[in-house]
Design a protein around this ligand. Structure first.
Ligand code: GAR
Length: 200
């Protein structure tokens, strides 16, 4: 079984979706740790309820981003994870961390990349006026939301959508896409060929 660890900043509903899929036996993995930059994150309660160890690396407790990332890296190494899942981690990771976990770190983003990277992706989609939106699970590389794509799922944008309604519709798809991507990784079924990821 693969050791799966998570980096989460907030609510943690995507983290929960993976916890549930592991508990249901759909994913051949074991959830070994939650690392969070936010001591108030609701994800902490979810981890405790599931018996998953929690490491809080409070961003506000460090004088510089470099000092924070040094502590974050120590916490991440301590998980001895085969896979690190960024599930609503709302900061950009430094290149040191990205390199160390290259090929075994994935991120969920609430847009059909490469459109609408960065923050407030759902609002960007509404403002642009696209008719189709969705979510992307990708491997993490040194760019922002630029790594090889593993899974995408789409939803329609409907006439009276606001940011919240669209975000809710996308979130329901995120909760399918992320467990699927984690499952494929844990089953050793992902083959990375440059930018393209094949499912065996
Ligand atoms: C999700 O919509 C995720 O795609 C997004 O934050 C939300 C976290 O929700 N991530 C990003 O925007 C990353 N830039 P959750 O904590 O309930 O999983």
């Amino acid at each position: 079984k693969k050791r799966i660890a998570f980096l989460v900043s907030g609510r943690g509903s995507n983290f929960q979706a993976v916890l549930d899929a592991v508990a249901a036996g759909d994913i051949p993995g074991i959830c070994v740790g939650l690392v969070t930059d936010n001591p108030e994150a609701y994800a902490i309660e979810r981890a405790k309820n599931a018996g998953v160890p929690v490491m809080v690396v409070d961003y506000a407790g460090f004088p510089t981003k470099a000092a924070y990332e040094e502590a974050l890296l120590v916490a991440m190494r301590g998980c001895r994870a085969d896979l690190f899942v960024l599930a609503g981690y709302m900061r950009i990771l430094g290149t040191g961390i990205v390199r160390e976990f290259s090929g075994r770190m994935m991120n969920i983003h609430p847009a059909l990349l490469p459109a609408f990277s960065g923050l407030h992706a759902q609002r960007q989609a509404i403002e642009y006026g696209v008719k189709v939106a969705g979510c992307t699970v990708h491997l993490v590389d040194e760019g922002m939301d630029t790594g090889p794509i593993v899974v995408q799922r789409c939803v329609p944008v409907l006439p009276d959508d606001d940011e919240t309604r669209l975000a809710d519709r996308i979130l329901a798809e995120e909760h399918k896409a992320l467990p699927l991507a984690v499952k494929l990784f844990c089953e050793n079924r992902l083959e990375v060929d440059g930018r393209r990821v094949w499912v065996r």
